[in-house]
Design a protein around this ligand. Structure first.
Ligand code: F6P
Length: 345
């Protein structure tokens, strides 16, 4: 078969491992031929490709980013966009397209599948919030980076008897905040799923001082909401092509509020894209590889319109439509891990 592959949306560690696994199994087991579209759906629209062979995908397993580059191109917003994609896919004589991406990228896969393109999806978002899968590759790496940052911040925060707020990624779900917060031993963890109660934050920070530990670490997801601010905090008012604002700033706003209310010096740091950069963890390389192998198998089983998923420790698949129907948010039992370690009211 002749197969096209692309990576769309925010990059995340492990994309190259998926690309490599798809190409290796496709060539070595199925005699497939591959092309890679550059910059997500942009590359399909503009017919910009690179060859994907055993040679071009060698030595990329441990590399972050994506050799195919990425973009948040929304074909729905481009007049004649779908017709253009169909033309390119037909002219390239592709039997199938494998799209690596989160809900935005997969919404285009679904629209193309509805127009007859044989699409298979691979779930990708460090936010880990795609419905139907227990884990997206890249999340473990992001959590590892965020946890190391929290670990490092402990000593300097303690040395200065401060409060340190750490802003992490997580637009609609607090998986990174909760996991890195618990793993890093943060005193307060705040996520988009729960409205922030500033009085409770202040109580927990003061309880740290009362316990004799004159410093505190607060981890907050970028998408969490402050009670006195409408909506999420953003940089500028530009939206991306899928209508998402650029989130940033809750850490600083929260730090100012904590300092005002407690009198303790409070600083904030935003980990930002550091969490998406660099080499994937061994866990993410393994998961990404399993996803890649499963994706090429789905193509050969003729299971189109499906997305590979992890359920427990088993790889399976669900329809792309189901996967993008809602976000997978942090469940209450995870929040209970956070509250179970905090002093009771
Ligand atoms: O969707 C994943 C994500 O990393 C979010 O956590 C974050 O808000 C967003 O992407 C940032 O995207 P960009 O790199 O386009 O600014």
């Amino acid at each position: 078969m002749r197969i096209g592959m692309l990576t769309g949306g925010g990059d995340c560690p492990g994309l190259n491992a998926v690309i490599r696994a798809v190409v290796r199994k496709g060539i070595l087991h199925y005699d497939d031929e591959f092309i890679g579209f550059m910059q997500g759906w942009r590359g399909v629209l503009d017919n910009v490709t690179m060859p994907l062979t055993l040679e071009t995908t060698s030595g990329i397993l441990h590399r972050g980013g994506t050799i195919l580059k990425s973009s948040r191109t929304n074909v729905k917003k481009i007049p004649g966009g779908f017709e253009q994609c169909l033309k390119v896919i037909q002219n390239q004589k592709l039997d199938a397209v494998i799209a690596l991406g989160g809900d935005d990228t997969q919404s285009i896969s679904l629209a193309l599948a509805e127009r007859g393109v044989k699409c298979v999806g691979v779930p990708k978002t460090i936010d880990n919030d795609l419905n139907g899968t227990d884990a997206c590759f890249g999340f473990d790496t992001a959590v590892t980076i965020a946890t190391e940052a929290v670990d490092r911040l402990h000593s300097t925060t303690e040395a200065h008897s401060r409060v340190q707020v750490v802003e992490v990624m997580g637009r609609d779900a607090g998986w990174i905040a909760v996991t890195a917060g618990v793993a890093g031993g943060a005193d307060v963890v705040l996520a988009p799923e729960k409205p922030i109660d500033i009085d409770e934050v202040v109580r927990l920070v003061k309880a740290r001082w009362a316990s004799g530990k004159n410093f505190a670490i607060v981890v907050v997801a970028e998408g969490a909401k402050l009670p006195h601010v409408e909506g999420q905090l953003t940089v500028g008012d530009k939206l991306d092509s899928f209508g998402h604002a650029r989130l940033s700033g809750i850490g600083q706003a929260l730090a100012e509020e904590i300092e005002k209310r407690t009198g303790y010096e409070t600083r904030s740091v935003n980990l930002g894209h550091t969490q998406r950069g660099g080499t994937p963890t061994a866990f993410d390389r393994m998961l990404a590889t399993r996803y890649g192998l499963a994706a090429i198998d789905l193509v050969h089983e003729g299971k189109f319109g499906q997305l590979v998923v992890l359920k427990g420790n088993k790889i399976g698949s669900i329809s792309i439509a189901d996967a993008i129907s809602k976000n997978r948010t942090v469940s209450d039992d995870y929040f209970e891990v956070v509250t179970g370690l905090q002093p009771k009211k």
